[in-house]
Design a binder for this molecule. Structure first.
Ligand SMILES: NC(=O)c1ccc[n+]([C@@H]2O[C@H](COP(=O)([O-])OP(=O)(O)OC[C@H]3O[C@@H](n4cnc5c(N)ncnc54)[C@H](O)[C@@H]3O)[C@@H](O)[C@H]2O)c1
Ligand SMILES: O=c1ccn([C@@H]2O[C@H](COP(=O)(O)OP(=O)(O)O[C@H]3O[C@H](CO)[C@@H](O)[C@H](O)[C@H]3O)[C@@H](O)[C@H]2O)c(=O)[nH]1
Length: 426
């Protein structure tokens, strides 16, 4: 069993650390946010991720949390880099936190390998390698080990992945990282560093493109009278296509797809290449939200002064993550059109910045809907299927509902007297 240091105690770092501890390794987690480390030391988990708290508690004797890089590195053989890589002002991935971690490794006596899990542009590994080679860490190996977990199911995804990708050129490092995954139920794919970095970006781009493709088909369904739910289900039954990531709606958001699509686009642009398919997928995604607002505007005859309830704020159900949530674009557009916005979400953290600071948040969908002229369902929370819609209808000023996730049954909602609109369904 190995002694590992994980840098970054966010969604990926904490899941990686807890799962490696569950596999029997000793893991020191380092972050630079006092509050995060204080909570973790007190046995509290700063993010919502099913099963994570239990894993951290169950492996407490193998997990430590610290603000000190030196403390984390004492006796450490492997460093996992799990820091955030947000967009720069130019849209490229900001690697400043990755470089800060690399800079803090000087003098780590027992270090054998640096493993990067953060999503980074292709070529980053080669740059890190060059920096290590010029330092006292020239003997330390390097691996790219990108992460494919989805929020809300990250622990299960880590333990039973479709694949583990290990990008490295040094046999010793390949063996080390492969051994770390003993007990993980999934195949290990070994390749060169640049290819591993590209697998991550290409996988996300493929998933986004599938969603945007089906969203474009949804528009054509609306124009022709077809039903995108039936279409996507039957299209997905073709084993060459498969059923996943074909759900039409107001589009993709989250901590990864928007920033990774932009980073891949800019990676190409920096070499003078124009990514046509990816650009189209991004544009279709942006349009989906604008189309939603236009539909409401048409249904209400204008949005000025109207009270609109936004149901669901997080970028998808099962997470508390608000990064690049499609709902935020909707709320901003509604306010810009002069509407008043109320909202509800079961997990979104309090104190969200604008546009949410200008919205009134309620503790239940019913309260958010009372007196509303219309509602937009933005996140497919299961709770929204259990709302007593017949009662709610009578509390709304106008029973108009735009279902941005095709989450409710059109016939039922219309039978209840709602003006019900959704995406790509008659
Ligand atoms: N969130 C996901 O589902 C997911 C999935 C796959 C890949 N990724 C990638 O993994 C990386 C991390 O994403 P995340 O969602 O966990 O981000 P996050 O913002 O939740 O966590 C990053 C953490 O790193 C900490 N940090 C910053 N600089 C540090 C330093 N020098 N030393 C130690 N800690 C430092 C931050 O304080 C923060 O707590 C990103 O590159 C992301 O693209 C994320
Ligand atoms: O058919 C679908 C599937 C998803 N979505 C939306 O797409 C976004 C992303 O969803 P999902 O992929 O489930 O969430 P993430 O946690 O962002 O995970 C993605 O991004 C991670 C970070 O890179 C990767 O590791 C994962 O493999 C990849 O699925 C959300 O807004 C969903 O509502 C759709 O609109 N239609």
């Amino acid at each position: 069993m190995r002694k590992i240091a994980v840098f970054g105690a966010g969604y990926i770092g904490l899941v990686t650390a807890a799962c490696l501890a569950e596999l029997g390794h000793t893991v020191a987690v380092r972050d630079i946010q006092d509050e995060r480390i204080r909570l973790l030391k007190a046995g509290r988990v700063p993010i919502h991720e099913p099963g994570l708290g239990e894993l951290i508690t169950g492996n407490a004797e193998r997990l430590t949390f610290t603000l000190s890089a030196e403390e984390a590195l004492a006796g450490t053989e492997i460093v996992y880099v799990c820091v955030d890589t947000p967009p720069t002002a130019a849209g490229d991935a900001d690697l400043s936190r990755v470089w800060s971690v690399i800079g803090s490794l000087k003098g780590a006596e027992h270090l054998k390998a640096v493993v990067v899990k953060s999503t980074v542009p292709v070529g980053t590994g080669a740059r890190v390698r060059a920096v290590l080679d010029e330092s006292d860490l020239a003997h330390v190996g390097y691996a790219s080990n990108p992460e494919f977990t989805a929020e809300g199911q990250a622990v299960a995804d880590f333990m039973r992945p479709d694949r583990v990708v290990v990008g490295a050129s040094d046999e010793g490092v390949i063996r080390l990282v492969t051994e770390l995954h003993e007990g993980v139920d999934g195949p290990v794919e070994v390749m060169d560093v640049a290819s591993a970095e590209m697998v991550k970006l290409a996988s996300n781009a493929m998933l986004m493109t599938r969603i945007s493709f089906m969203n474009e088909i949804a528009v054509l369904c609306e124009l022709t009278g077809a039903d995108v739910e039936q279409v996507s289900r039957a299209v997905g039954l073709d084993h060459r296509i498969g059923p996943h990531f074909l759900r039409a709606g107001i589009g993709w958001g989250g901590s990864c797809f928007p920033k990774d699509s932009e980073a891949l686009k800019q990676l190409a642009s920096n070499t003078g290449h124009h990514t046509q398919l990816l650009n189209a997928a991004i544009e279709v995604n942006n349009l989906q939200k604008r189309r939603a607002i236009q539909k409401l505007k048409d249904a209400l005859g204008g949005l000025g002064g109207a009270k609109i309830a936004v149901l669901g704020m997080t970028f998808k159900p099962g997470t508390d993550d608000m990064r690049e949530a499609p709902s935020t674009v909707l709320a901003a557009r509604l306010l810009a059109e002069g509407a008043k916005v109320t909202c509800w979400d079961p997990l979104a953290p309090d104190g969200q910045p604008e546009p949410w600071a200008s919205a009134v948040r309620h503790g239940s969908p019913q309260e958010a809907l009372a007196g509303a002229d219309a509602a937009i369902l933005a996140t497919a929370w299961p709770e929204l299927r259990d709302v007593p819609w017949a009662d709610v209808r009578d509390t709304m000023r106008r029973p108009v509902l735009f279902d941005g996730r095709n989450h409710l049954d059109p016939a039922t909602m219309r039978a209840l007297g709602f003006t019900y609109m959704s995406v790509g369904r008659p």
